[in-house]
Design a protein around this ligand. Structure first.
Ligand code: NDP
Length: 450
């Protein structure tokens, strides 16, 4: 049945949809044990309904740069499934964005949001606009133009976008400003807002911190171990990577790598977070080469100077690896290198950063592998806390958000690990996450009817 569904999906989707088909294939193959357990999934055609988005919205975004030249970009919102609550998921501004990438991210989002146990559905959106090299005014003008189109499709009880690659607090502020101007509605239509007007404390930190809270709980339960004194490799140098590094250091780990799309840093003395933030914090995008110039003993490797199909950031021996940059950034060759260097666990901070062949290497060799839909769900969980605070006009303090985030990440770990055991896939966190998320989602879809 699964092969037929996948063949049909390939037939009805275009060449651009490679990552989407990859994500669906991974999920469907995981679900075999639960699909065998009950005929209701077939009766209600749950799989067939689950892999088609409710709607894909595409619009034109026209804006003027600082020299009054006209630019046109594509804008998208993929509203995938709202069985569990309002559509929820980030906006990505990056030159690589197209409808296929967003469909993959929106599909992953419905599973991630289900795993949190919170009342949120799944969506994703964005644009092929590249914020790199643009002035603050240009970014503001683009965000305003984007929202002039998007506003008609979203709402606090309909669809609540947040940030993702290229969209941080500053961009969300501009988007919110325009939404408010058009609709005169001061409600929680976006999450990740600046704290001054409706944002939640800890939203910027939440994804990275959540990744580490998940890891701490998992290491305690699975190995009776902790992060104290462990060497860790992290990729990326954006929002998720910076906060993952910060929390790993808080728990006593030594983080020795980070990267961006141009190259990577190896720092045997442990990443100097203050220095890294001065180059990459608050939306800054200075080259990591500057890190090497300012930090004795660190090494910078340019991406093109490293062999094809492998990345310098994964070449260092480490106990734990945290891919936190982008999809398909950890290849088969990287997995073999990590394994040969003794890695014990790989925890995804980004969405689908590990290629399927690399996941297989880890799983076959006893490396604990955690998919992003489980480990990076802290961001969307705190986004939902922001929606709750906006709806009740409350402000939660830092400790409350932090405690609830930690609780949610520990619950996700338990849910994933127990489900894997229950279906005979002990320590297979990919299957555990997919099955646990599917159970909750399919239950809602059946109860709500076709
Ligand atoms: P940012 O834009 O803040 O950072 C992305 C980082 O990844 C940058 O350092 C960027 O480098 C690097 N990067 C991008 N493309 C590549 C590439 N092809 N090779 C190597 N490095 C690359 O994004 P976030 O940190 O917010 O997001 C990172 C990942 O985490 C994404 O997969 C996102 O979907 C996921 N995620 C984010 C959440 C959030 O709350 N922000 C929530 C859950 C998941 P450069 O600056 O050079 O482009």
């Amino acid at each position: 049945m699964i092969e037929n569904i996948l063949a049909n999906l390939e037939r009805t989707n275009c060449a651009m949809d490679g990552t989407f088909i990859q994500a669906v294939s991974e999920v469907l193959h995981s679900l075999d044990p639960i699909l065998q357990s009950d005929t209701k999934y077939q009766t209600y055609a749950i799989l067939e309904r689950l892999i088609v988005p409710d709607r894909e919205i595409r619009f034109k975004v026209q804006w003027l740069d600082d020299n009054n030249n006209v630019h046109i970009n594509n804008g998208y919102r993929v509203q995938f499934n709202n069985a569990l609550g309002p559509y929820k998921g980030g906006l990505r501004f990056h030159s690589s964005v197209n409808s296929g990438v967003l469909k993959f991210l929106a599909f992953e989002q419905i599973f991630k949001n289900s795993l949190t146990g919170l009342p949120i559905g799944g969506a994703k959106g964005g644009s092929d606009f590249d914020p790199k090299g643009k002035s603050d005014f240009e970014i503001m003008k683009f965000c305003h133009a984007f929202m002039r189109e998007l506003h008609q499709y979203i709402g606090a009880r309909v669809d609540v976008p947040a940030g993702d690659i290229g969209v941080g607090t500053r961009e969300i502020g501009f988007l919110f400003g325009e939404y408010k101007k058009i609709t005169r509605n001061y409600d929680g239509v976006l999450s990740g807002k600046p704290y001054a007007f409706g944002g939640s404390l800890m939203r910027p930190e939440a994804t990275g911190y959540g990744v580490v809270y998940f890891t701490v709980e998992m290491l305690k339960e699975e190995f009776g171990d902790s992060l104290w004194g462990k060497v860790c490799c992290v990729s990326g140098a954006g929002n998720v990577a910076l906060h993952t590094i910060e929390k790993l250091q808080y728990f006593g780990a030594k983080v020795v790598t980070c990267s961006d799309s141009e190259g990577s840093i190896y720092d045997p003395n442990g990443i100097d977070l203050l220095l890294l933030r001065s180059l990459k914090g608050d939306g800054k995008r200075l080259s990591l080469e500057n890190y090497m110039l300012q930090r004795l003993g660190s090494v910078y490797t340019k991406k093109e100077d490293y062999p094809h199909e492998a990345h310098a950031v994964w070449s260092t021996p480490c106990y734990a690896a945290f891919p936190c940059a982008t999809q398909n950034e950890l290849t088969f060759n990287d997995a073999v290198t990590l394994l040969n260097n003794g890695v014990r666990t790989v925890v995804e901070g980004a969405n689908m950063p590990t290629v399927p062949e690399a996941i297989e290497v880890f799983q076959k060799n006893g490396v604990l592998f955690v998919p992003g839909k489980a480990s990076n769900a802290g961001g969307v969980a705190v986004s939902e806390f922001e929606m709750s605070q906006n709806a009740s006009m409350e402000k939660w303090d830092f400790d409350k958000v932090d405690r609830k985030l930690n609780e949610i990440m520990c619950q996700i770990y338990k849910r994933v690990s127990l489900t894997a055991k229950e279906y005979g896939r002990e320590r297979n966190f990919v299957d555990g996450a997919n099955i646990a998320a599917f159970k909750r989602l399919s239950e809602a879809m059946i109860l709500e009817g076709v």
